[in-house]
Design a protein around this ligand. Structure first.
Ligand SMILES: [Fe+2]
Length: 433
């Protein structure tokens, strides 16, 4: 636990205690922090309630807009053709919609035949290496489901995954998405929008007929560290000092170096957008991804625990070692906006701003496959450069990357992607040149 910092030079507002690693006594830390946050906001001349009301009004307008769109039968998720991204011809209206919703489907990101070939190659890769015979069950209790075959394959280094990660088409979309953020301010370049850090993640292959309870509403950018580390207190400074109107969910300032508290679902990387690429067709009603497509909802999530109806030692249920839950009890306004992806086809990709609340809908007797490769946009920055050394070591030995359970299925698989096959994008993504 770090010593509390009470004052910052040239800043006369009340300082905040901070913890750069998880505090030993979570409730005591929360009980210490909340009055400090209230005092800092109060120093602006407005109360927490007044500041929160500003956020609540904005969010209410967005929620009602989304509900009205749904009533009209409009697609809530923006959709942009890959060809327009590649040609640089995405309209101003489409960009505005992307910013408003914070999520996107890229149509035809890859040719359908390419995506289907990658899916088939993945099956060959795991079957030829006797993965199903050797599968030991879920390595974590978050995505796993009990059964003879996994839905999440803890496989990271197949040729198909690496070909997609280092492809020109992926780099083009990642750069487009990264550029929606402000990557430079105050003389600091917080990240390089044109260079991705090749964050290795897993594959999901969900077979026809699946019954799945889905995954509850949650968000991934952190847990208690969002309120408690010095870096995050700076990143969310406008929420914590009463200047909430200036809060910009697309500003990367102070977001690209700090630690995240450890936990089974932590992500060491800074991701502008999380994403996956579809390796099968998926209809919108077959247990697909949903989001609360309001980037500014983060302001609501961060300030809601400061209202007087939340116990003094509680941050609306957020704790370490578990995902940040979005709950009906505290966040019912936000959850009214939950919106699923439209039908996607193999080769389309799906993206959502790293702060968005998301969930996976339940399904009974799923029709068709539900296959995806998780590939985010994780631009080069100090935080991702640090993690790249872990990625390089895992790549060289065929190990599971350190963000994931230590399952290491691929270490002796001879046909995993080799260093000789890396192109310039792949090498730069892993910090090799
Ligand atoms: Fe998630």
């Amino acid at each position: 636990m770090s010593a509390p910092t009470r004052n910052v030079a040239s800043d006369t507002r009340p300082g905040l205690p901070h913890w750069e690693s998880p505090p030993a006594d979570l409730k005591a830390a929360i009980t210490e922090l909340k009055p400090a946050l209230r005092a800092r906001i109060g120093a602006s001349g407005r109360s927490v309630e007044e500041v929160f009301a500003v956020v609540e009004q904005l969010i209410t307008e967005r929620v009602e807009e989304i509900e009205a769109a749904r009533r009209r039968g409009d697609t809530v998720w923006p959709v942009i053709d890959y060809a327009e991204i590649e040609a640089g011809t995405v309209s101003a209206e489409a960009l505005a919609r992307l910013h408003r919703r914070g999520c996107l489907v890229v149509r035809g990101h890859f040719p359908r035949e390419q995506a289907l070939a990658w899916d088939a190659a993945t099956v060959d890769y795991v079957e030829s290496n006797r993965f199903f015979e050797n599968y030991r069950g879920p390595g974590d209790d978050f995505f796993g489901s009990v059964g003879s075959k996994p839905e999440i394959y803890p496989i990271y280094w197949s040729p198909a995954q690496m070909q997609a990660r280092q492809s020109d088409r992926m780099a083009t979309v990642q750069a487009f998405l990264n550029r929606q953020w402000r990557s430079e301010s105050d003389g600091v370049r917080w990240f390089d929008p044109g260079r991705d850090s090749l964050y290795p993640d897993r594959i999901r292959r969900r077979p026809p007929g699946t019954d799945s309870g889905g995954l509850g509403t949650h968000l991934d950018p952190g847990t208690l560290d969002l309120w408690m580390t010095e870096g995050n207190q700076r990143a969310f400074r406008h929420l914590f000092d009463g200047t909430v109107e200036e809060y910009d969910p697309w500003d990367a300032a102070h977001r690209t170096s700090g630690p995240q508290y450890p936990g089974s679902t932590m992500c060491s990387a800074f991701r502008t957008f999380q994403g996956w690429t579809a390796l099968s067709d998926m209809d919108h009603d077959q247990g697909v991804l949903h989001t609360v497509p309001i980037p500014e909802a983060m302001a609501y999530l961060m300030l809601r625990p400061l209202l007087s109806d939340v116990p003094a030692d509680d941050l609306c249920g957020v704790t370490t070692g578990q995902v940040f839950p979005a709950l009906e009890r505290w966040h019912s306004l936000l959850l009214r906006a939950i919106s699923g992806i439209p039908d996607v086809r193999a080769g389309d990709s799906v993206w959502w701003h790293c702060d968005l609340i998301h969930s996976v809908a339940p399904v009974t007797g799923q029709q068709g496959w539900g296959n995806v490769m998780y590939i985010p946009a994780a631009p080069w920055c100090p935080r991702n450069e640090a993690y790249a050394s872990e990625v390089r070591a895992a790549f060289e030995s065929g190990s599971s990357p350190s963000d994931f359970p230590a399952e290491h299925y691929e270490r002796d698989w001879a046909d995993r992607f080799s260093a000789a096959e890396l192109n310039r994008t792949g090498r730069r993504g892993m910090g090799l040149g």
